[in-house]
Design a protein around this ligand. Structure first.
Ligand SMILES: Nc1ncnc2c1ncn2[C@@H]1O[C@H](COP(=O)(O)OP(=O)(O)OP(=O)(O)O)[C@@H](O)[C@H]1O
Ligand SMILES: [Mg+2]
Length: 214
């Protein structure tokens, strides 16, 4: 089945890997058996899940595990157990681990903020994907615009710069929304915020649909 392992990765820190990993995995868990692998040494997602587990609502949550000492083995085991598995890659500096993960996964989503500085970082992540494809030629990759301000449409320069990268950009984008931060603070996914999280949850569903349909 295509799209079994889906990584969130970028050489740029703080672009939304963990936020999107957790919320996309929560969206998947509502549809099917979904797992989430935390490859961040700070274990952001694992902390998040600890909080979530204490809550008493019946929201289906993904099962989470740490990447551990043998990343490829962990990913293989998770792929056998779940229909789909999301992998939250480490912050920028741990390129070695991110590179190894990219050689194993089916899809990589690269969150990118709509600013010129982030585009530069995006370009170097594109290079990491190119290298991973030497050993994993079927790796599919998309850039995902994150934290887009509602008022500012994407500038023409930004659209042109994105188009010049070798990796396509998802048609749907994720806006900067208080719900993503609120959910993190409350230790839940945006799906569990009710009306406060509705728009954010809809965006997660759109990302999932676009990625899973192709
Ligand atoms: N769409 C969004 N709207 C509002 N806030 C967001 C959004 N996406 C991410 N954030 C916030 O931006 C910050 C960085 O996000 P996050 O921790 O997910 O990035 P990261 O890429 O995992 O960072 P690191 O490289 O340190 O692992 C967090 O405070 C998060 O709540
Ligand atoms: Mg993170």
């Amino acid at each position: 089945m295509p799209g079994r392992l889906i990584a969130l990765a970028s050489l740029k820190g703080g672009c939304g890997k963990s936020t999107l990993a957790f919320n996309l995995a929560a969206g998947l868990a509502r549809r099917e058996k979904a797992g989430l692998v935390d490859a961040d040494p700070q274990g952001a997602v694992l902390h998040w899940m600890d909080w979530s587990a204490d809550r008493s609502d019946d929201e289906a949550l993904p099962e989470v595990c740490a990447i551990g000492d043998d990343p490829l083995d962990t990913l293989s085991k998770m792929a056998r157990r779940f229909n789909r598995v999301i992998v939250d890659c480490p912050p920028s500096l741990d390129m070695d681990l991110t590179g190894r993960i990219l050689e194993k996964v089916d899809v990589v989503l690269i969150p990118i903020l709509p600013s010129p500085l982030d585009l530069w970082a995006g370009a170097s992540t594109v290079e990491a994907v190119r290298q991973a494809r030497e050993r994993n030629p079927r790796l599919r990759a998309w850039l995902v615009l994150n934290q887009v301000e509602p008022a500012s449409a994407l500038s023409r320069a930004m659209s042109q710069a994105l188009a010049s990268l070798d990796i396509p950009t998802l048609g749907c984008m994720v806006r900067r929304r208080a719900a993503f931060r609120t959910a993190a603070v409350e230790g839940v996914s945006v799906y569990q915020l009710g009306a406060r999280g509705r728009e954010a949850a809809r965006e997660m569903d759109q990302v999932l649909e676009e990625v899973l349909r192709t």
